[in-house]
Ligand binder design. Structure first.
Ligand code: HEM
Length: 252
């Protein structure tokens, strides 16, 4: 087929031949279900793509702002670069790596998905905690702004999440002293809180006058919208897993 020709089979159902059937009554239930699950998959993959684009845009805007005066970086720009790359880029990708519809990790085996998640989580948490500590040490009065307070919540939950992430990884080996479900459920819960708090903290960061004067208020509010949107997409899957696992424990 020439490269510019249209493939007429493209619009038909990938599993069955729903489009070739004569009447709706003839469409078998399985084919309807397939079409529905196909649409759902397309929707989930599109949300995943949107999350990646928004993470890229938000991290890029923050990096441009941090490097506006060139090198060397002061304490504030350095904390922004470390926190945004740590939380939004690496921790965001770490959470997405376990999602079944995530583009780059979909074809990885479960064991490799877990490895990717662990490496990204350790790297991201390390950078984010370092960035928060650098700025906290640079200030004489600490935790006196909402931005700083949400940054502290994110830092504390990230540290706890790192520790019980290891116990979830070795849940099988530790099953005698620690119920496997408990460490997994708390790991998911702490991860959601840490990532959510870092999102709120970043939005308060974009609300600072320094950022608004550099970028214009419109771009600052757009960046907040982007952050809220990709955070919601990223935490949907772990939130569902959290409720399912918790329900299963209570049903036992
Ligand atoms: C996820 C991203 C971010 C995290 C986790 C974070 C975290 C923190 C932390 C922990 C502090 C120290 C608070 C204290 O000791 O009282 C701080 C201070 C500060 N951050 Fe961020 N930050 C982030 C992004 C940003 C962004 C994007 C900006 C600006 C565009 C920014 C600007 C500032 C400024 C100006 C301070 C000093 C004033 C204050 O404490 O509110 N931060 N940040």
């Amino acid at each position: 087929m020439p490269p510019n020709a249209t493939d007429s089979t493209f619009n038909s159902d990938p599993e069955g031949n729903v489009n070739n059937l004569k009447s709706v009554d003839e469409v078998p239930q399985a084919a309807v279900a397939n079409t529905e699950s196909y649409s759902l998959k397309i929707f989930q993959s599109s949300l995943n793509l949107l999350a990646h684009i928004l993470i890229g845009a938000t991290v890029w805007i923050s990096i441009l702002y941090s490097f506006r005066n060139g090198l060397p970086l002061g304490a504030t720009p350095l904390h922004i670069v470390l926190c945004v790359i740590g939380y939004q880029l690496l921790m965001g990708e770490a959470i997405l790596s376990l999602c079944p519809h995530n583009g780059w990790s979909a074809s990885l085996r479960l064991v490799d998905k877990r490895r990717a998640h662990t490496v990204l989580q350790i790297l991201g948490s390390g950078l984010a905690i370092a960035g928060s500590i650098i700025k906290a040490l640079d200030k004489s009065v600490n935790w006196n702004t909402l931005h700083g307070q949400f940054g502290l919540v994110a830092m504390v939950f990230t540290s706890v999440c790192l520790v019980n992430g290891l116990s979830s990884l070795y849940a099988f080996e530790l099953r005698k002293c620690l119920p496997g479900n408990l460490s997994k459920i708390t790991h998911i819960c702490f991860g959601i809180v840490a990532f959510g708090a870092s999102c709120i903290c970043l939005c308060y960061g974009f609300d600072k006058n320094g950022f608004k004067n550099w970028s214009t208020p419109a771009l600052a509010y757009t960046s907040m919208g982007f952050t809220a949107c990709f955070t919601a997409i990223i935490i949907i899957n772990p939130t569902i897993t959290f409720f399912n696992k918790t329900l299963r424990v209570f049903k036992k």
